[in-house]
Design a protein around this ligand. Structure first.
Ligand SMILES: Cc1cc2nc3c(=O)[nH]c(=O)nc-3n(C[C@H](O)[C@H](O)[C@H](O)COP(=O)(O)O)c2cc1C
Length: 178
């Protein structure tokens, strides 16, 4: 699959086959995502791959709204994407480098998540990024260390659906030349 095809055909997948996903595959996807750009190459994004059925059930039952718990209940794996705080967008003395404050942290996580999802898709794996969850609940459940912050959840698995692409805006609405 070439890059254009991968970018255009990747979809958010919300229905998965129950088959497990090999760790070697996930490792290679994380390796691809490690080539994402990041603030001063700080590489603050981390991944916790959750496969344990009781953990997955608890996240689905207690810490996500129905439309996301229905996805998590049938995904063989859920990735908790975390960021190491206080590096991306920060000076060495702890002050912000720009007026965007700490928002570069989530920017870096977003770039890494996109790479992760594209690398997964290229290997035939479906993903969906989820931004709505009980952050405090999942942080406690997974014992996410204090120096990290939960940025997003990504369900991963072999697709059991082939959704149509939601409409995209016209290029003319997205770019202006001056
Ligand atoms: C930051 C972010 C948060 C998202 N949160 C959710 C979510 O909580 N639940 C969900 O089902 N999809 C979620 N999505 C997926 C979007 O709905 C999806 O990317 C969008 O509709 C375009 O569809 P596509 O990914 O198939 O191209 C999220 C995507 C992003 C980038």
């Amino acid at each position: 699959m070439n890059m254009a095809e991968c970018m255009k055909t990747r979809r958010s997948i919300r229905k998965y086959k129950p088959d497990p996903v090999d760790h070697s595959l996930i490792d290679s996807i994380v390796s691809m995502a490690s080539y994402s750009p990041s603030w001063k190459n700080t590489q603050i994004t981390r991944y916790t791959a959750i496969e344990d059925s009781s953990l997955l059930r608890e996240i689905a039952d207690r810490f996500t709204p129905d439309y996301n718990s229905n996805i998590i209940r049938q995904a063989p794996m859920l990735i908790a994407v975390t960021i190491i705080k206080g590096r991306s967008g920060f000076e060495r003395d702890g002050s912000f480098s720009t007026r965007k404050g700490d928002r570069w942290q989530m920017f870096d996580a977003g770039a890494a998540c996109q790479s992760f999802c594209l690398a997964a898709w290229e290997k035939g794996l479906g993903t969906v990024i989820m931004g709505i969850f009980d952050e405090d609940g999942i942080t406690k459940l997974l014992h996410i260390p204090q120096e990290q912050e939960l940025a997003a959840l990504i369900a991963v698995g072999w697709p059991d659906a082939a959704p149509e692409a939601p409409g995209r805006k016209a290029v003319g609405d997205l770019i202006q030349y001056r």
